[in-house]
Ligand binder design. Structure first.
Ligand code: FAD
Ligand code: NAD
Length: 456
């Protein structure tokens, strides 16, 4: 794309950090002919996170929930440059972002200039500094995490199968523990139990009966964002399905074979063969570095933004969306990040008009009040972001799901097998591409007729 527009005004550079829900939603809706658009992300694909908990046990194949960034960029009306790199540091004064390639065979580091920057780097899993978590557990955030969990499950099962039934090591290896009763932990525990009961039970009937799935949650109940009736339904189902729920139990320490948790005044040790850690989000390094540079950024929960998604303290040149931000009432969900991306695409269209008007004014070198009022009118057209909450859904196992839906002011709640069908159709509708939709539908059909593929 030319560096200038036909009228001679410069084309501004818009750098988007990330290729997740927020960044991709922005990219898909952005008029990319208006800017030099540059996307920087260490991940050259978009990941459909809602179905990630289904992947370690093979309900859904990993390739079914990814979409290459380049294929998304290719469909944009204007040119989009993609760098497979990680943003290390942002300089809000000189408007540069330092990036480093992730490809070690083609290593580079450079300072990239921007006129506008959108931070959509998401968050990283939090450990609350609990000793031993990083070394001994697996998170469930990325493709590599799902692969690691699958490998650990299969290895544990095979090792246990070679030991005598009376060997205590066998029972430890067959103890699968999930920490964190938010939706990630709940959905994964449910998928794991399904796999053991529906698939493993067919070819290792005796061993499958010895497997324990435990979910540990610090609060008095799981799934705190759902209505109490749905939480009770999920907890009752977990009891029936033999998912051992340890509530009001806060993990304090993790070693190679056990977690140590505090329940009331007691400290208990729970052995594990596989440990999955899902206790929520913490800011990434690049966001923390940015917070340190701006006096106004005084929250440890995320980047503070205003109602137009502008980074507070960055004077209009930096925007942030999704899990890297903290704004009261907006939760770190795909739904929020997606709507924010759509909103920012509209903002950038308006900003382009504003910048064009400012450039024309500067060319005329006039203080024409009419031109100034046109500028004010354009600026006032950028309305604050308005989030429309559609509700929350979660898979809870045995082909059952819960739904806490919001339609306008009305609330609808449902749970069970019919809700599971709704859950499936809602996620198919949310997919980023037709290709993903087909592959996911095929995976579900395959599991229905042939069971899960549990090979590593
Ligand atoms: P992400 O989607 O995490 O994207 C961040 C992007 O930034 C990634 O591409 C990453 O590679 C890139 N990045 C990281 N570091 C850098 C860097 N230094 N420089 C440049 N780029 C960088 N929400 C729902 O609403 N419904 C659900 O059912 C649901 N299920 C979920 C299931 C799981 C297992 C998980 C983990 C989350 C789920 N969520 C769900 C939450 C949802 O995934 C997040 O809220 C959403 O991904 C946030 O979007 P984002 O764009 O802010 O971040
Ligand atoms: P979360 O923050 O929602 O839940 C983490 C849970 O871990 C909390 O209930 C917390 O009490 C518990 N916890 C924290 N420290 C603990 C400890 N030491 N011992 C025991 N328990 C501990 O995290 P998440 O489930 O990873 O979800 C992250 C975000 O992604 C949330 O906003 C969530 O809504 C969203 N998400 C949504 C869906 C969905 O809508 N189906 C699915 C997955 C994630």
């Amino acid at each position: 794309q030319a560096a200038t527009f036909p009228n001679g005004s410069p084309r501004k550079t818009l750098v988007i950090l990330g290729s997740g829900w927020g960044a991709v939603s922005l990219l898909k809706n952005l008029d990319t002919t208006l800017y030099n658009v540059v996307v920087v992300s260490p991940r050259n694909y978009f990941l459909f996170t809602p179905l990630l908990p289904s992947t370690p046990v093979g309900t859904i194949e990993l390739k079914s929930i990814v979409e290459p960034v380049r294929s998304i960029a290719r469909r944009a009306p204007g040119e989009v440059h993609y760098y497979e790199a990680e943003a290390l540091d942002v300089d809000p004064v000189n408007k540069t972002v330092k990036i480093k390639s992730v490809n070690t065979e083609h290593e580079y580091q450079l300072d990239m200039k921007y006129d506008y920057l959108v931070n959509g780097v998401g968050a990283q899993p939090t450990t609350f500094g609990i000793p031993g978590v990083v070394e001994n557990s697996s998170f469930l955030k990325e493709i590599s995490d799902a692969q690691e969990i699958r490998m650990k499950i299969m290895t544990s099962i095979e090792k246990a199968a070679s030991l005598a039934p009376t060997d205590p090591e066998r029972s430890r290896l067959l103890s699968f523990v999930v920490v964190g009763g938010g939706p990630t932990g709940v959905e994964f525990a449910a998928e794991l139990r399904d796999y053991v009961d529906q698939d493993l039970a067919k070819w290792m009937p005796e061993l499958s009966k010895e497997i324990n799935v435990t979910l540990v949650e610090a609060l008095p109940n799981i799934l705190n964002m759902f209505d109490k009736s749905l939480v009770d339904y999920a907890q009752d189902l977990f009891k029936q399905d033999r998912i051992d729920l340890k509530l009001k139990t806060m993990v304090k320490n993790v070693d190679k074979t056990h977690i140590t948790a505090k329940c009331g005044d007691d400290l208990t040790k729970v052995p594990y063969g596989v440990l999955v850690w899902a206790t929520g989000n913490a800011p990434r390094e690049v966001s923390k570095n940015l917070m340190e540079k701006l006096e106004e950024q005084n929250s440890r929960r995320g980047l503070l933004i205003d109602e137009k998604l502008q980074l507070i303290g960055a004077q209009g040149s930096i925007f942030a969306l999704g899990d890297c931000t903290f704004y009261p009432g907006l939760f770190p969900t795909a739904q929020v990040a997606h709507q924010e991306g759509e909103y920012l695409a509209k903002v950038f269209k308006k900003l382009h008009k504003i910048d064009q008007t400012k450039w024309e004014l500067a060319q005329d070198n006039t203080n024409d009040p009419k031109a100034q009022s046109k500028l004010n009118r354009l600026e006032s057209q950028i309305q604050p972001f308005h989030y429309e909450h559609m509700g929350a859904l979660a898979y809870i196992g045995s082909e059952k799901a819960i739904a806490d839906l919001a339609v306008g002011e009305s609330k609808y709640r449902s749970a069970g097998s019919f809700t599971f069908l709704f859950w499936k159709s809602a996620y198919l509708a949310m997919c980023m591409s037709f290709r993903n939709r087909i592959l996911i539908a095929m995976d579900w059909t395959k599991v229905y007729f042939l069971g899960r593929d549990s090979s590593v």
